[in-house]
Ligand binder design. Structure first.
Ligand SMILES: [Fe+2]
Length: 167
């Protein structure tokens, strides 16, 4: 007769270990990419020069202030599952698809680069949302739904600004 303890499926918040790992891996990938994006926003906020200074200086501040809150929520969601969110800068750089850039860039390049990075971030947000929904993880899915809306709005604002300026 099989040992009943061996057959028992242990869950936390209703999720089996492997389900939680899959969700957490998605969240952690998003966290690593968002951290690089966050620091890029500060780079552009500090170092933009030229006639568009105030436009980019202001929107990058708005985005990194929201980013600080969003990153905290993503990391704390990982803690809800009992896992440790990535906290090492060296690992952020290794695991992030979004890459660092230099400081001496035109405002046009900065804006197009942010639009491109938002596309990368939204793809990770959608993947995380799909994984969460497939596991019945409404909490993470709700968080992703809020994030996607926020990034889509910034994508529209930045795209509109470049069209006006450069087309
Ligand atoms: Fe500032």
């Amino acid at each position: 007769m099989d040992n009943l303890i061996d057959q028992k499926v242990f869950t936390k918040l209703g999720f089996e270990h492997l389900e939680a790992v899959e969700i957490v891996n998605r969240l952690d990938t998003l966290l690593c990419n968002y951290q690089i994006f966050f620091h890029k926003l500060q780079n552009y906020h500090w170092n933009v020069v030229g006639g568009e200074f105030f436009d980019l200086h202001d929107i990058t501040q708005e985005m990194y202030e929201k980013g600080l809150v969003n990153i905290d929520e993503i990391a704390e969601r990982i803690r809800v599952f009992g896992k440790v969110p990535e906290y090492r800068m060296s690992e952020y750089l290794k695991k992030s698809e979004i890459e660092e850039t230099s400081h001496d860039l035109s405002s046009e390049y900065m804006t197009l680069n942010l639009i491109s990075d938002i596309g990368t971030l939204t793809s990770f947000i959608i993947e995380t949302s799909h994984t969460a929904n497939s596991k019945g993880d409404l909490g993470t899915a709700h968080m992703m739904n809020k994030l996607i809306q926020e990034f889509e709005t910034y994508h529209w604002k930045l795209s509109s600004w470049t069209n006006k300026k450069y087309k």
